[in-house]
Design a protein around this ligand. Structure first.
Ligand code: SAH
Length: 500
């Protein structure tokens, strides 16, 4: 027998998904999701999971509710672990109750993971506490969705009499009627009111006005769904508590090109600073296998004194190669390890190995220069790298008469399914920065895009000199981190964005 978990995905900011919700998604066989669930949360679905988009758009429903209920039942009867993923909280105007009825009638086990509702979190991201002892002691959450005949079923007199903060969901089209209804029931037109569009998301927009003026302001600004309407004296606090719009990278769009597995910290840090981050991994690495040269090299490691690894991917591939050869890190005990980049060194440490040499700069020229200084007479170097690694490293070692073997252990593939969309955004000037953590990501980025994509409108944020050069050659403006770390990249970006 299967099982259904209703999960509230939160209002948009992926950080507002609950720990329990995240876990349920990771364990799901089938995920049935709505339109308001963002791409970062959908990316948490395991690859094996079946994904069913039942996204509802207002005024036309691609999948009717009765059919959604049936899908949940059918999948659970197949013995699947089903996650029903919904925007915000699953029960607050989420029809979660209707979905449970059919399951309960059929004896399907289910549970519920409540979500952070937009009704409370969107005001919070707009600097509006929904209650405050000095202003109000209650909050009312109301749907602004009209019945088929356009009629609103709202008891305006009761709402005005209570004097609590009013939060209206699904109210973009009905806001003028709601505000009129409130004024007719005696609400003073000068009472503060606010509209927040795409709350908790990097493109959040808010309008703070009054009950009398908000409808006009909304029309001028062209506010669209999803948005919520908040009415009450607490809206006046919005400017003082405006923490989200005040984040240093608010309004800045950054495309992150790191491979998905390693984008974590950079993406998270940028988001925390308020940036609109577009995840655009365009490089995938693939082990080269079968690989006779590396099998031979691993079988005769005693001939080498140095092992050079130039990327975190190389460390991972090496670990798999050792495993395949029935070996482990102890076979490397006699080798001195030279790496490029703090990330590569960190990957090694995770495997219980310390790098003996890491050049300050993030590039192979500096690595070559360091090796030329350090490698002694009679010592041989093993380079385990990407198929199209920088030619500088072997060239300089050869020039310095250092014996070495250069073996390709992985290759990079350049692609991203959303390249057309990104090219269109670049052409519109909608992307301010693109981050690059290696020269090969620059090449990957350019190759993944359709030919002739507009690269002159964005600024490349580069981790080091080689990367910078590659970005310049591709026609981009560049800014470059002071040293090869994510921290330094972020400092450089903050400084540059702050001066603009
Ligand atoms: N169950 C959801 C609400 C579903 S109704 C929850 O608990 O949040 C859909 C309405 O929610 C939208 O019309 C809009 O009014 C509101 N909403 C959802 N996400 C929003 C967001 N990020 N910003 C503003 N309003 C949002």
């Amino acid at each position: 027998m299967g099982h259904v978990t209703l999960v509230g995905a939160g209002p948009g900011d992926p950080g507002l998904l609950t720990v329990k919700g995240r876990q349920a998604i990771a364990e799901a066989d089938v995920v049935v999701y709505d339109r308001l669930v963002g791409p970062e949360i959908l990316a948490l679905m395991p690859n094996r999971a079946e994904q069913i988009d039942v996204g509802k758009r207002s005024s036309h429903h691609p999948v009717p509710q009765w059919r959604i209920n049936e899908i949940l039942l059918e999948k659970a009867r197949e013995g699947k672990r089903v996650v029903r993923l919904k925007g915000g909280d699953c029960f607050l105007f989420g029809r979660g109750g209707e979905e449970l009825e059919l399951l309960e009638e059929n004896g399907i086990p289910f549970d519920v993971v409540p979500g952070v509702t937009s009704a409370l979190s969107v005001p919070a991201y707009a600097g509006i506490p929904v209650t405050h002892r000095d202003f109000t002691s209650s909050v009312h959450i109301i749907t602004g969705h009209a019945k088929k005949n356009g009629e609103l079923h709202i008891d305006f007199d009761a709402l005005v009499r209570h004097g609590g903060t009013l939060v209206f969901l699904m109210s973009v089209t009905s806001t003028p009627h709601i505000l009129n209804g409130l004024m007719q029931a005696g609400m003073p037109p000068e009472l503060p009111a606010a509209m927040v569009e795409r709350g908790t998301l990097p493109r959040q927009r808010k309008l703070v006005a009054t009950v009398g003026t908000l409808a006009q302001r909304m029309r001028e600004e062209g506010i669209k769904s999803p948005a919520i309407l908040i009415v009450g004296a607490v809206c006046a606090l919005s400017d003082r508590f405006d923490w989200y719009d005040a984040l240093p990278l608010h309004g800045v769009t950054v495309a992150v090109t790191r491979p998905r597995q390693r984008a974590g910290t950079l993406t998270g840090r940028l988001r925390a600073l308020g940036a609109d981050v577009i995840s655009y991994p365009c490089i995938e690495t693939q082990d080269i296998w079968p690989n006779l040269p590396v099998v031979e090299a691993l079988a005769s490691l005693e001939q080498y004194s140095w092992l050079v690894l130039t990327s975190p991917a190389g460390v991972d591939t090496l670990a798999r190669l050792l495993e395949a050869a029935d070996m482990d890190a102890r076979s490397l005990a006699h080798l001195k390890l030279a790496v490029i980049g703090a990330g590569t060194a960190k990957k090694l440490r995770e495997r219980g190995l310390r790098a003996d040499y890491i050049p300050d700069g993030y590039d192979s020229i500096q690595l070559a220069e360091g090796l030329i200084r350090l490698v002694r007479e009679g010592e041989r170097v093993l380079l385990l790298r990407a198929e199209i690694g920088s030619p500088e490293l072997p060239a300089r070692l050869a020039e310095a008469c250092i014996p070495f073997d250069d073996i390709a252990i992985y290759r990079t593939i350049y692609r991203n399914e959303r390249s057309e969309e990104l090219a269109e955004q670049l052409a519109r000037g909608a992307i301010d920065y693109v981050t690059f953590t290696s020269a090969s990501t620059v090449r990957g980025f350019v190759q993944s895009l359709p030919a002739g994509a507009a690269l002159t409108g964005c600024t490349a944020l580069c981790i080091g000199a080689c990367t910078e050069q590659a970005a310049r050659e591709a026609g981009m403006r560049t800014i470059t981190a002071a040293n090869a770390t994510i921290d330094a990249m972020i400092d450089t970006l903050l400084e540059h964005a702050g001066n603009k």
